[in-house]
Design a protein around this ligand. Structure first.
Ligand code: 8YV
Length: 318
């Protein structure tokens, strides 16, 4: 029987389907495998369903057994997989697009509003019994209605965020490798350079994949180009942001605040960022709803099913 390794605990419904259809190898300890454990766990399986936390770099891919046919990621992001190495090795790689766009856009909205309206600061004040004063000038934040929402990466999640921004009366601007068709643009203003987008973004929300080319794209020069008092939202990947430059921009007041669901170091985050008041922080939970995690698991399994039925998987990325 086909053996499928599931590297992390998924939803009960997804586990039930893997166990029904395959000989399932489950990591019920739900701890990130070390590199050696990941290689060892892959030796006796035909397919693996990993999360973004399992790094399949060229060395790990070289150590995979010949029987392993597919890395069916339980994620839309595939920056943790060396796609060229997988392709060269003949290992199929798939992801789970579409099904997490709404959940991730919801978290981006939460990050935007939490940052703009000082959500963490206020929450801490009430919880810790430090709310001993009120005045009209107290805890004043930024209104997002009527502001310009810049979106870097107008893919599925970026467009879902744009729709939500429109619902909040925001003017949508974006930068993307390619300009969208007018029907998909829905009146959003296209900027053919990142610099152009930065200059008009009262709120900038990142929705592009992390690649070697855009690592640290949000650096000191990028923050300097943004309007004074702008807000950064990141629900994509921590690698997009130079975190030292972000801390400096938040300390100086160049940025009013940041709302972050992702960090360079995960799990854990960045203690310098966490020490700031003007941040709203979450532990990488963009797709963490039962509905979405069920859908992601089923989508990953659809891809595994296709490979072993001799069909082209719907979400092949390598
Ligand atoms: C996941 C993600 O949290 O899809 C992605 O790229 O980062 C997240 O949705 C994760 O990989 C869940 O398995």
């Amino acid at each position: 029987m086909t053996r499928v390794l599931v590297t992390r605990r998924l939803t009960d419904a997804v586990h039930a389907r893997v166990e029904r259809d395959y000989e399932a190898v489950l990591n019920m300890a739900d701890r990130v495998f070390t590199r050696d454990e990941l290689i060892a766990a892959c030796q006796e399986v035909d397919a693996v369903i990993p999360c973004h936390s399992e790094i399949f770099d060229a060395a790990v891919i070289a150590a995979l057994p010949d029987r392993l046919k597919v890395i069916a990621n339980h994620s839309v992001g595939v920056d943790h997989v060396d796609l060229a190495a997988a392709k060269a090795r003949g290992v199929i790689v798939t992801n789970t697009p579409d099904v997490l766009s709404d959940a991730t856009a919801e978290i981006a909205m939460l990050c935007m509003l939490g940052a703009a309206r000082r959500g963490s600061e206020g929450d801490r004040m009430v919880r810790e019994g430090r709310w001993d004063f009120w005045s009209p000038a107290f805890m004043v934040g930024r209104q997002v209605t009527g502001k310009r929402l810049g979106i870097l990466g107008m893919g599925r999640v970026g467009r879902a965020m744009a729709d939500r921004g429109r619902g909040f009366g925001m003017e949508i601007h974006y930068h993307n490798r390619r300009r969208l068709e007018p029907a998909a643009e829905k009146g959003a203003v296209y900027h053919d350079t990142l610099e152009g987008l930065l200059a008009v973004s009262d709120v900038l929300s990142l929705h592009c994949p992390a690649t070697p080319e855009n690592t640290g794209v949000m650096n000191a020069a990028a923050f300097a180009r943004m309007p004074d008092g702008a807000i950064l939202v990141n629900t994509a990947r921590g690698a997009l942001v130079d975190e030292a430059a972000l801390v400096a921009a938040l300390r100086s007041g160049k940025l009013f605040a940041a709302g972050l669901d992702v960090f360079r170091t995960e799990p854990g985050g960045n203690p310098e960022i966490a020490a700031l008041e003007n941040v709203f922080l979450l532990p990488h939970i963009g797709s963490a709803t039962t509905e979405t995690r069920d859908a992601m698991g089923f989508r990953a399994l659809d891809n595994v099913d296709a490979v072993f039925a001799g069909r082209e998987p719907g979400d092949r990325v390598a």
